[in-house]
Write a protein that binds this ligand. Structure first.
Ligand SMILES: Nc1ncnc2c1ncn2[C@@H]1O[C@H](COP(=O)(O)OP(=O)(O)O)[C@@H](O)[C@H]1O
Ligand SMILES: [Mg+2]
Length: 238
C-alpha cells in the first residue's frame, strides 16, 4: 500500500509531491543561508497544527525565541500552539552537551533519541524538525563518524517515532551535502534544494526536488516567493 502523504503546506510543492511527503520518513531541506529553510520548516509545522498534527521543532542554529519572532514577522503565530501544547520548541543545548561531553567519543544518538521520543510522546507529535542538523555532526572529524551518526539518527527516527521529519542543512556553493561530503543523501528519503539565482540585477528564489522516494518528480527548478501569511509560494500559485 502506498504511504500516506504529509502536506507541507507549501502551495505548489504539495501538488508536485502528489499530496506531500511520504509519511514517517526523514527529508533533507538543503540551501545556503537566507534561502528559506527555516521558513519552510515553520510552514511545515504550522500546516501540521492546522491538520491536528502536533509538532516538535528543534532549533539548533537560532534560539527558539528567534524562530517565534521570525515567524511573527511573516504573520504566523507559533506562541499559541506552544501554549496549547500542540507545539514543542526545543532548545538544543542539552543535546550539544551530550554530543560534546559524551562519555566516549562515539555516538550519543541513543540518548538524543530517547529524550526526543519522550518529547514526541508527550504531545503525540507527528511532525519533527531539526533546524539545522549540521552542528550535530560538524565536530565529528571522520566522515565515517558523521555517516554513522546520521545513519543512527535516521534509522531510529524513521518509522519508529511516528513522525515525518525535516532536517535542514546549509551547503557550500555548488554542493548539496552535509559537511560537503554528501553522505547523508542516500540515508534520507527525499532532498529538496533551495537556492538564490541572479538574473540581471536581482535574485530569484529557486526550489528543486532532487530526490523523493516513491514519487515521480520532474527534476525542474521552480521559482518561489516568500510572502506574508502564505510563506513559501511556488509559481504559478503566487
Ligand atoms: N515577511 C516576509 N516577506 C518576504 N520575505 C521574507 C519575510 N520574512 C522573511 N523573509 C525572507 O525570508 C528569508 C529568511 O529565510 P530563512 O527561512 O530564515 O532562511 P534560512 O533558514 O535558509 O537561512 C530572509 O532572507 C527574508 O528575506
Ligand atoms: Mg535558518
Amino acid at each position: 500500500m502506498a504511504r500516506e502523504r504529509v502536506a507541507t503546506g507549501i502551495e505548489g510543492l504539495d501538488e508536485m509531491l502528489k499530496g506531500g511527503l511520504p509519511q514517517g520518513k526523514s527529508y533533507l531541506i538543503s540551501g545556503e543561508p537566507g534561502t528559506g529553510k527555516t521558513t519552510f520548516s515553520a510552514q511545515y509545522i504550522l500546516q501540521g497544527i492546522r491538520n491536528g498534527e502536533n509538532g516538535v521543532f528543534i532549533s539548533i542554529d537560532e534560539k527558539p525565541t528567534h524562530v517565534v519572532e521570525d515567524a511573527e514577522s511573516l504573520g504566523w503565530d507559533l506562541r499559541t500552539p506552544v501554549e496549547e501544547g500542540k507545539l514543542t520548541l526545543l532548545d538544543v543545548s542539552p543535546y550539544f552537551n551530550w554530543v560534546r561531553y559524551g562519555k566516549t567519543n562515539t555516538i550519543d544518538t541513543n540518548e538524543v533519541i530517547q529524550d526526543l521520543s519522550k518529547q514526541i510522546r508527550r504531545i503525540n507529535a507527528k511532525r519533527l524538525v531539526f533546524d539545522s542538523v549540521v552542528p550535530l555532526v560538524l565536530h565529528r572529524e571522520r566522515v565515517h563518524d558523521v555517516q554513522e551518526f546520521i545513519r543512527n539518527l535516521v534509522f531510529s527516527i524513521d518509522d519508529n517515532l511516528g513522525c515525518t521529519t525535516l532536517m535542514t542543512s546549509h551547503v557550500w556553493p555548488g554542493q548539496l551535502g552535509l559537511a560537503g561530503v554528501g553522505i547523508e543523501e542516500y540515508l534520507v528519503s527525499g532532498i529538496i534544494g533551495l537556492r538564490l539565482e541572479k538574473t540581471g540585477n536581482k535574485f530569484e528564489r529557486k526550489i528543486f526536488v532532487r530526490k523523493m522516494r516513491g514519487t515521480p518528480i520532474d527534476l525542474s527548478e521552480h521559482t518561489f516567493e516568500i510572502m506574508h501569511d502564505r510563506g513559501i509560494v511556488i509559481r504559478p500559485y503566487v
